[in-house]
Ligand binder design. Structure first.
Ligand code: SAM
Length: 263
């Protein structure tokens, strides 16, 4: 394979890849890190060529690695073989994946979203936990949703932890972002139901009438949905809380809502 071997942590490519753990670096470069050969191949199959492929000795003979390397080189990217120590530092894990790759971030503008292209879309307001967001992206993909819209000040969907939690679904659904005023203006044109989720709602999530395409709006982990967003929904629903817990985990509640709406 047309690759070079790197053994130093001071190598510029290794330093640039490690820096993608920092949000500032991701924002400035527009790049992110994905780990695992399976995910890299899924990305390529979805039309995303890696900018950098980094692989360790354990992956060198894997038949799928050739496909990843070919896609990267064809797109003008860089491929390096590294040792296990470098992979551990890049992944910040003792047991790193044998292949990691760098991709370009993609955000779909709100104006490019076609609501009718999917039965359900999910909007997350001020989601803070990368694991929650990654799990929601994975669930949205699994259920055939069109995408996830990040409303207000949200965690970065392209954080290393978040991308890990998506298990590759970051490449499978559209990701958009909007301020609250932008979301409210865009929501005004939504052709189906806009569904808020509120612990104080009086409508049970199973009894509402969901007109497709439905847009489910989920609130922040601590504060829940702010009143101005709840008021902008066609209906606010609650998933019953039958025990002592006063709320569900955000990603669990989102999963229940997605499958309730999509059937
Ligand atoms: N203390 C917050 C509150 O009062 O809303 C709890 C927020 S909850 C952990 C995070 C989000 O998950 C909520 O904004 C809502 O979108 C969703 N959620 C959690 N449990 C829910 C339930 N039982 N019914 C509807 N939505 C729920």
């Amino acid at each position: 394979m047309n690759t070079k071997t790197v053994t130093s942590l001071t190598n510029n490519t290794v330093k640039a890849v490690r820096a993608l753990h920092m949000r500032k670096e991701r924002e400035e470069s527009g790049l992110f890190l994905a780990e695992g050969l399976k995910i890299v191949i899924e990305a390529i199959d979805c039309g995303h060529a890696p900018k950098i492929v980094m692989y360790g000795p354990d992956a060198a003979d894997h038949p799928m690695l050739k496909k990843a390397v070919a896609a990267c080189l064809k797109a003008g990217g860089e491929v390096i073989e590294v040792n296990r120590e470098i992979l551990e530092k890049v992944s910040r894990r003792d047991n790193p994946q044998a292949v990691v790759a760098v991709f370009k971030q993609v955000f779909t503008p709100l104006s490019a979203i076609v609501p009718e292209s999917a039965p359900c879309w999910v909007a997350m307001q001020a989601v803070r936990d990368p694991g929650n967001l990654g799990t929601v992206i994975r669930t949205a993909d699994a259920a055939g949703c069109g995408g996830v819209i990040l409303v207000g000040d949200c965690v970065d969907p392209y954080s290393v932890e978040g991308v890990r939690a998506t298990m590759g679904s970051i490449f499978g659904v559209k990701i958009a972002k909007a301020t609250i005023p932008e979301f409210l203006a865009w929501r005004g044109e939504w052709p189906g139901s806009v569904v808020g989720t509120l612990l104080t709602a009086t409508v049970d999530h199973k009894s509402a009438d969901y007109v497709k395409p439905s847009l489910i709006l989920m609130g922040n982990e601590q504060q829940g949905l702010p009143p101005e967003l709840a008021a902008a929904c066609d209906v606010n629903v609650k998933i019953p809380m039958r025990g002592r817990a006063d709320s569900l985990n955000l990603s669990v509640a989102t999963g229940i809502m997605i499958y309730t709406v999509t059937g």
